[in-house]
Design a protein around this ligand. Structure first.
Ligand code: IMP
Length: 201
């Protein structure tokens, strides 16, 4: 389940230091809020028989989605506990074998817990497939993935993402936690940068 209408072009909202760097909006703030609520409602319903779910987010990109998703889950009546991991980022130690480096591990035992991985974006799917293997090896009772964004290549990878917010085109996007060179994480929508940003010294 995902939403292809996200690719409709929208005007870049005025305001924010970043507005002049954004070429176009891929998912607006309003549509993000609606989708996060919809995903949380589905998860709350599907996990209704469990007392609580353990949300696991991958830093840093997932921090905004995690914050909104956990609050939406609470509004829909589900308790959530929150854990973060940090693993080596895109383009560095993520190899074709899908081996990544753990920079910050889970703070507690997840044995017997129903884990919901809260992912900002699935691109090649390598990070996620590694994470699922890792969480599986830590004896979670179940591991389910909710991803806000998914790029086309991910759809061909053997990784089970049960909940997907938006399928987006194969472009580099920023905002809502996603960065370019550690900037733009605070942008409240998902957008594409102007080419001039990449050629700046
Ligand atoms: P994958 O292992 O190729 O699926 O990459 C997943 C990670 O790469 C995400 O969690 C992001 O941190 C990063 N990433 C992938 N695509 C983008 C993008 O378009 N913008 C910003 N970060 C991205």
């Amino acid at each position: 389940m995902s939403d292809m209408q996200a690719v409709e072009e929208q005007a870049v909202p005025a305001g924010g230091w970043y507005a002049e760097d954004i070429e176009r909006v891929v998912v607006s703030e309003r549509r993000l809020a609606e989708k996060v609520d919809e995903l949380a409602a589905q998860v709350a319903r599907d996990f209704a028989e469990h007392e609580s779910v353990l949300l696991v987010g991958v830093l840093k990109g997932a921090f905004v989605f995690m914050a909104d998703f956990a609050r939406a889950l609470g509004r829909h009546g589900r308790h959530a506990e929150i854990e973060f991991m940090a693993i080596s980022s895109y383009g560095q130690a993520v190899t074709s074998s899908g081996v990544v480096r753990i920079l910050k591990d889970l703070d507690r035992d997840i044995g017997g817990r129903h884990v919901v991985v809260v992912e900002d974006i699935v691109d090649s799917g390598l990070t996620l497939s590694w994470l699922l293997r890792y969480l599986g090896s830590r004896s979670a009772a179940s591991v389910t993935v909710v991803a806000l964004l998914r790029k086309p290549e991910a759809a061909t990878v053997e990784v089970d993402v049960r909940y997907v917010g938006f399928d987006i085109p194969n472009e580099f996007v920023v905002g809502y936690g996603l960065d370019y060179a550690e900037r733009y994480r605070e942008v409240p929508y998902i957008g594409v940068l102007k080419p001039s940003v990449y050629t700046r010294s």
